[in-house]
Design a protein around this ligand. Structure first.
Ligand code: ARG
Length: 461
């Protein structure tokens, strides 16, 4: 078992089956540069505590720099015999600087405190990329809302026509969950930026190394308070996976709108050719695959979270090898979002919205009936009666085969003496949306205010 991180107490090397099961370099190599950063910091702590001369420390840093170059340009790769990224890099360091110096690096640290720290560093870095990508999507939503500030569309509940709303209001409703996702990532960062380094395998080290120095070198806020917790807790990874899953769900809800709006029946949206796909058999087809893939990948993100939580459930305190299973789902959630978000933002930024079509459908399905009832309430009619009168008017229109805005004065009077021709002031979609001017409502002035707030909150997160 030459070059492995353990083996002296074993009479034989690992069986090939064990080696195959145990090996993690095919995924944990993604942590190689973080491992190097951890080693630089650890070398400083060793030197500060008197375990490395300044020449040894310099040699160590130079060797680690050489490894980092090899990792970056791809010339340094793990060997099939390496169990994990930590062992592979120790071997490479020893090849670079000799075992006299290279063999000193491992003092006072364990792969357990290393891996717990490195996975946090990886997720913190990628959370910044993901936040930037979310911000771009919010920008695309805001730009579409700004391009159509007064367009009116049918608002739906239960997918049935309910009340007319502003298109911008609907688009911005997809912006707010994304703002909360940004805020979740920001709040998570405070818990993630903690360094388990120095916790050793579980109980800390006898060597008097300064964990504060290592945390600061790695750009983390402070060392973990408890070495057992630091090396074994993965709630920070699970919380990240939850946020990733929530982002996936928020994209999926938005995707569902795009898919529906892109149908011939809705015909609210035309997707840009660069952001749609064709069919191998049907020459005319133009499909919303970005939206469908976003919707599909939400399942994968939820699965990563569920798998991770299931792995963590029931693990006894301190490191257990099960914890190696946190990496693949967490890395997959990262790469999934890093692929989906830019495509989704591009689709939203380039889609063309058919506002004439939306306006035509907005008053249909008697969507102004609530406006009639509230108009009556403003004239002193109890809402119970107003609801009744408006409902009778809908029934009358239905039997005449007309919409509410097509009703005659005679029909109005016939339904109720309270329904004077003045009711027509709310029988337009413009009058309807303008009158919903409470906080958070669909009146153009409120939606514009809300947009300014959405931009401010997304930039503050
Ligand atoms: N590869 C392990 C992980 O990802 C870290 C190494 C700890 N291994 C051990 N036998 N203590 O969690």
């Amino acid at each position: 078992n030459d070059g492995a991180l353990w083996g002296a107490r074993f009479a034989t090397g690992p069986s090939p089956e064990l080696a195959t099961l145990s090996r993690s370099t095919h995924f944990d190599w993604a942590l190689a540069l973080y491992d190097i950063a951890g080693s630089h910091a650890h070398a400083k702590a060793l030197a500060a505590a008197g375990y490395l001369t300044s020449d040894e420390e310099s040699a160590m840093h130079a060797g680690l720099d050489e490894l980092a170059r090899g990792i970056t340009d791809g010339t340094l790769q793990p060997d099939p015999a390496d169990e994990d990224v930590h062992g592979a890099l120790e071997q490479a360091l020893i090849r670079a600087v000799g075992s006299e110096v290279g063999g000193k690096l491992r003092a006072g640290r364990s792969r357990n405190d290393q891996i717990a720290t490195l996975v946090r560093m990886y997720l913190l870095d990628h959370s910044r990329t993901i936040a930037r990508d979310i911000l771009r999507l919010i920008d695309a939503i805001v730009a579409q809302a700004e391009a159509h500030p007064d367009a009116i569309m049918p608002g739906r509940t239960h997918l049935q026509h309910a009340q007319p709303i502003l298109l911008a209001h609907h688009l911005q409703a997809h912006g707010w969950p994304l703002v909360r996702d940004l805020e979740r990532l920001r709040d998570w960062t405070a818990r993630a930026a903690v360094s388990p380094y120095g916790g050793g395998a579980l109980a800390g080290s006898t060597l008097g190394l300064d964990p504060q120095l290592i945390a600061a070198e790695l750009g983390l806020d402070r060392p973990a308070e408890n070495s057992l917790d630091g090396t074994s807790a993965r709630d920070v990874v699970a919380e990240f996976a939850y946020i990733a899953a929530q982002i996936g769900i928020d994209l999926s809800r938005f995707a569902e709108d795009v898919i529906l709006w892109n149908t011939r029946e809705f015909a609210f949206v035309t997707l840009d050719d660069g952001y749609s796909t064709g069919s191998s058999i049907m020459p005319q087809k133009k499909n919303p695959d970005i939206a469908e893939l976003a919707r599909g990948k939400a399942g994968r993100l939820v699965g990563n979270l569920a798998g991770l939580l299931t792995t963590l459930k029931g693990l006894p305190i301190a490191y257990n090898r099960d914890l190696q299973e946190d990496k693949e789902p967490a890395f997959d959630s990262v790469s999934t979002l890093e692929i989906v978000l830019p495509a989704f933002a591009g689709m939203i930024a380039t889609m063309r919205l058919d506002t004439a079509r939306m306006a035509e459908l907005a008053p249909q399905g008697f969507s102004l009936a609530t406006d009639v009832a509230e108009w009556l309430v403003r004239r002193g009619i109890p809402f119970r009666d107003a609801h009744e009168i408006s409902g009778q008017l809908v029934r009358r229109c239905e039997s005449e085969g007309i919409e509410l805005d097509e009703v005659t004065d005679a029909m109005l009077a016939d339904v109720s003496p309270h329904l004077t021709p003045a009711v027509r002031e709310v029988l337009t979609i413009e009058g309807s949306v303008a009158s919903r001017d409470g906080v958070g409502g669909t009146a153009p002035v409120r939606v514009a205010e809300q947009r300014a707030e959405l931009i401010a909150r997304s930039q503050a997160a």
